[in-house]
Each structure stands twice: as C-alpha cells, then as structure tokens.
Design a protein around this ligand. Structure first.
Ligand code: PMV
Length: 312
C-alpha cells in the first residue's frame, strides 16, 4: 500500500494577471491536504482499476469513467508515464481536507497526491516538475487556459514566484508570515472568473493590460518584501491587489466584507485569493492579532477558516 499527499495553496499576489504573462506569488498551505492511497486489490486476477473519491461519495471503475473525469484522467496520465495502464489491477482511494471550489487548490492537490502515490507504488517516483506537468494536464479540464501556478506551487510544496511557462523560482522568506484564510462559502468557478476577465480584456484591452501591468508590478515588489520579511509593506500591496481585482471584475460585496472586517480587526493587509467571484480571502496578520482577525472574518460571513504560518 502506498500513500502520498499534497498541500493546499493560496495566491498572495498576482492571480488573473498571471494568465496574461505577469508574475504571481503563491505559497503552500500544508495543514490542509489531499491524500491518495494506492494498493493492489485482494483479488490478484482482477484486471482493472477501482477509484474511490471519498469527499464526492463517488466510486467507479477507471475504464467506465467519463473522459473528462479528473481522477480518471490523472490516473491514466500517470500510468501512461509509468508503463502500459490496462494491466494494473489497483484500488485507489482519494480524500481531501481542502475546501473545494474555494481557490485553495483542491483539484491540483488531488492530482499531485494521486500521481505521486502511483509513481511511488511502481517504484518510479516523479520529480516535482513531473508531478506539476501531470497535474497541469488536468487543470486544463477545469479551465482552458490555466497559468500553471496551482500545480506548480503544490507540486514543489514551496513558496514560488511564478511566470507562466517558465521554470518556477522558489523563494526564501526573510521571516515567518502568518495568514488567516477564510472561505466565503460562495463557490468560485475558476473557469467562469477567468472567462469574465477574458471578456473584459477583449472589450477594453488597454484598461485591462494597464491593470495587469499594475498587478505584475506590485507582485515584483511583493517578492522583495517577502524575501526581506517586510510584513507591513507586503500587507499594503495585498490591499492594492484586492482593489485591482475588483477593477477587473472578480470581486463580490461579500468578499469586500471579509477583507474590510480583517483590516478593521488589525490585519496588515487582506485580499481575495484565487479566481474570486467567491472562494477565499486571505489576511496577513501579526501572530498576536491572528485570533481576532479570524473571529472578525467569521463574523463577517466566512463559513470556514484556518491560520497558517509560512516560512522558508
Ligand atoms: O484555482 P484558483 O481559484 O486559485 O485560480 C487560479 C488563479 C487564476 O490566476 C485565476 C487562474 C490561473 O490559471 O492562474
């Protein structure tokens, strides 16, 4: 029996603009995880693969799954890389503590955990880049033009400065950063949010390109603050980034409420994180204000929250 797991993630700066070639910063969130267990079935004469997705309450045979089923797709892709797929009798169980449709990387984490477990099971462990590439193929099912940031930060399990189609740069943090993560409970569809931004860009390229440049620019400055351990300035940039995400049309009043409540309770900065139009908000806090900020975000409507410490 082989078990592997992968973390959730948050995007600190740069979402959406990253789809248009600007950089983004993301960090893993290790206390929420997807886990995959792979084992040989009790009946060794069996010829097929059984997949159980515990969170979805679903189970099915690989060869009967829909072509676009993410678990079936990642299983097939990983097994193709390992060797011929059809002769492996396997039992696969996947579960996750990462809230779904919340911009926390649950889809990419499941893909990475499952391909890592398959690689290890067949004594052909994949490198972080290979895991990232495999998961990227499945990200394409979720929306057509993924930047690749989710699969990258999750497969490398390190803070990353990411530019589409370039090798990721992992970051050394100058200090420990504490974040509160609060899920609005409103489902965030990456495909819909990315589509909305695309529409806006098509109808007013000049304005959107300007906003993407502003986001790219603050992300580059944010990298320096992260590397220098400068919480106050990073917080300011998160606030600016939130305003720009509203400008490009992925904000919601409920997300503003979470962000405002966090700032009023002492956060150094707060923003929506991920695709937006729902999903989660993150707040950068001093460790001593973390509890108060989390409470305030709950009172402002968050249905789920956690605190995470990020260090190099
Ligand atoms: O999967 P989410 O909700 O974290 O969104 C990913 C970030 C986007 O920039 C909105 C899309 C992408 O492919 O980078």
């Amino acid at each position: 029996m082989t078990t592997a797991s992968a973390p959730g993630k948050i995007i600190l700066l740069g979402e959406h603009a990253v789809v248009y070639g600007r950089p983004a910063l993301a960090v893993p969130v290790r206390q929420i995880r997807a886990t995959a267990v792979v084992q040989n079935p009790a009946d060794p004469t069996r010829q097929n693969i059984f997949i159980q997705a515990k969170n979805l309450g679903a189970s099915y045979w690989l060869d009967e799954a829909e072509a676009q089923d993410p678990l079936a797709r990642i299983t097939s892709l990983a097994l193709e890389k390992i060797g011929p797929a059809e002769n492996y009798p396997l039992d696969i169980v996947v579960e996750s503590t990462i809230p779904m449709a919340a911009g926390l990387g649950s889809g990419a984490a499941v893909s990475v955990a499952l391909s890592a477990a398959l690689g290890q099971h067949f004594q052909q462990p994949f490198s972080p880049q290979e895991l990232s590439d495999l998961a990227y193929e499945v990200e394409k099912i979720h929306h057509g033009t993924p930047s690749g940031i989710d699969n990258t930060v999750i497969a490398f399990d390190q803070p990353v400065f990411y530019v589409k189609a370039s090798p990721p740069e992992t970051l050394k943090l100058g200090d420990r950063f504490t974040f509160v993560i609060a899920d609005s409970g409103i489902d965030s569809s990456t495909a819909i949010a990315v589509g909305r931004v695309r529409q806006g860009w098509q109808s007013n390229q000049e304005r959107f390109e300007k906003h993407f440049d502003q986001i790219g620019d603050l992300t580059r400055r944010g990298r320096v603050f992260i590397e220098n351990g400068d919480r106050h300035n990073l917080g300011e940039l998160m606030n600016e980034n939130h305003a720009l995400l509203n400008q490009i049309g992925v904000g919601l009043p409920q997300l503003d409420e979470l962000v405002i409540s966090a700032r009023s309770a002492g956060a150094l900065g707060a923003k929506l994180s991920g695709a937006g139009m729902g999903g989660n908000c993150i707040a950068l806090v001093e460790p001593e204000t973390a509890v108060a900020v989390e409470k305030a975000m709950r009172a402002a409507g968050a249905v789920w929250s956690t605190r995470t410490e990020v260090e190099a």
